[in-house]
Design a protein. Structure first.
Length: 135
């Protein structure tokens, strides 16, 4: 288990990943945050991979710090709304809410895998077909 503590969700997740496999990371100063961001490639940000990273590379954006330092109007030009929100969170501006509980639809998927073969329909079920579910 790893723990990341930061002012916003995206940074907490990003920094908790740096503490794996067994550790905790608390980012309490701006200088430490910038040091960590300078060492991590943008692809470490949950939500930035393949296509988004390919849009950032020609603009010279490789580590997370490069993305955090780019002006917002440029970020809007080469990333989607979600990418812009990730940029805001990298800068310490909260956008993504921190949820105390898992969304119900995610609990169903996890509960199904733990329940195994359920023969009693009263216990509930989830059937996944081509990206859609019913249950």
């Amino acid at each position: 288990m790893t723990i990341g503590i930061a002012r916003v969700r995206t940074l907490a997740k990003l920094f908790s990943d740096t503490g794996k496999p067994f550790g905790a990371v608390a980012v309490v100063s701006r200088e430490y945050k910038r040091q960590l961001l300078s060492q991590l490639p943008v692809t470490e940000i949950s939500g930035i991979a393949g296509r988004r990273a390919a849009k950032l590379l020609p603009n010279g954006i490789r580590p997370c710090l490069d993305l955090a330092d780019v002006p917002g109007h440029l970020v809007r030009q080469f990333l989607t709304k979600t990418g812009y929100e990730l940029w805001l969170e990298l800068r310490g501006e909260p956008v993504a809410p921190i949820r105390a509980e898992r969304p119900a639809h995610k609990n169903l998927a996890r509960d199904r895998s733990r329940m195994g073969n359920v023969s009693d329909p009263k216990l509930g079920y989830v059937v996944w077909t081509r990206g859609r579910h019913s249950g």
